[in-house]
Design a protein around this ligand. Sequence first.
Ligand code: HGY
Ligand code: MN
Ligand code: MN
Length: 414
Amino acid sequence: MSTSTTDLRIDIDRLQQRLADLAAIGAIEGTEGCARLALTDEDKAGRDLVVTWMEDLGLQITVDGIGNVTGVMAGQIDGPPVMCGSHIDTVRTGGRYDGNLGVLAGLEVIETLMTAGVTPRRSVAVAYFTDEEGARFAPDMLGSLVYVGGMALEEALEIKAIDGAVLGEELERIGYAGSAPVPGLVPHAFVELHVEQGPVLEAEGITVGAVDGVQGISWQEVTVTGQSNHAGTTPMHLRKDPGFVAAACANFVRGLALELGHPQVATVGRVEFRPNLVNVVPASATFTVDLRNTDEAVLQDAEARFSSFLAETAAAEDCTVETKTLARFEPVIFDESMIELVQDVAVELGHSVKRMPSGAGHDAQMLARVCPTSMIFTPSKDGISHNPAEYTSPSDLEAGANVMLQTMLRLASK
Ligand code: HGY
Ligand code: MN
Ligand code: MN
């Protein structure tokens, strides 16, 4: 490789400007964050903006049946591209970096190559995948799961949102029900740049994370049904209170995670009582349980112990239970050569680097099913994410994007 390409660096001001322009869509007032739940009007507006940037760069753009969007810069030879990317949908309390950084840094890598007149041997692609968050339509990483053939398109299009919308109808409504087939083209390799969303890199004063895998994810939705009753007249021993069962479960999974120890985590993120009124013992309670661990056996043990507790507690309260699996992905280990490439590039660029697993789910864990994959992490201030206060410094963003640039260049030159 000519010395010029190893000296290539991204333009951090241009990257920061795109991050700001995209964050302005669905902006959360008074914060740096944004809310663009999958397939909402805000998501559509964000999608349209990124497509415009892809068009401005003259990329070959495809939209597939689940709404994944890929832009390709042609290389010197035919064949599958070296792909980077992530997602631009957000949670309701989203930061401006989660997912967006991986996509916009991919555009920045391509624009840097074009500006330097560099045409890599292999094509280079940047993609954004539909509904990575899974917050509106479960499971998470849905678009990339369909892209790699992990779920049939027909099944995905029928998924109902927490607000009752149907995924396929929303995709049509926002104009992103594309014609490109799924499973999609298998990339030569896949690299995802993402903010860590946790406290590790900052706490250890390290600039780059070379991600070696993603922990297992178990999402379930639990509906407990009891008997609505008067809050004032119903003696405690006559109650069938699903609200109590839900609260007991939230307490149980917290205790379970503490007992199992790091990296086990447990979250009850969504709770809905019906009729949700101050003076009515609830008729029913629906809540979600998110369990994660890097060890599949421990994750299964956590699931089993929660399931037993739920059954016992509901029975004791004379309530019935329905559970629905929203997402279940085993832990993923990335390709060793890709992890080492990220480490080597980070060191050559003079950055401190640490091998580490990802606590969060990412599209890369799906692409790892079909091609050599790894991820590059940049530090998150105070470890905060899924919060509008999410922040990563310009120097850390620049370091991460340059590691991605040089990693992509090496992959595309072989
Ligand atoms: O839930 C996750 O880990 C990711 O943010 N979808
Ligand atoms: Mn993300
Ligand atoms: Mn996220």
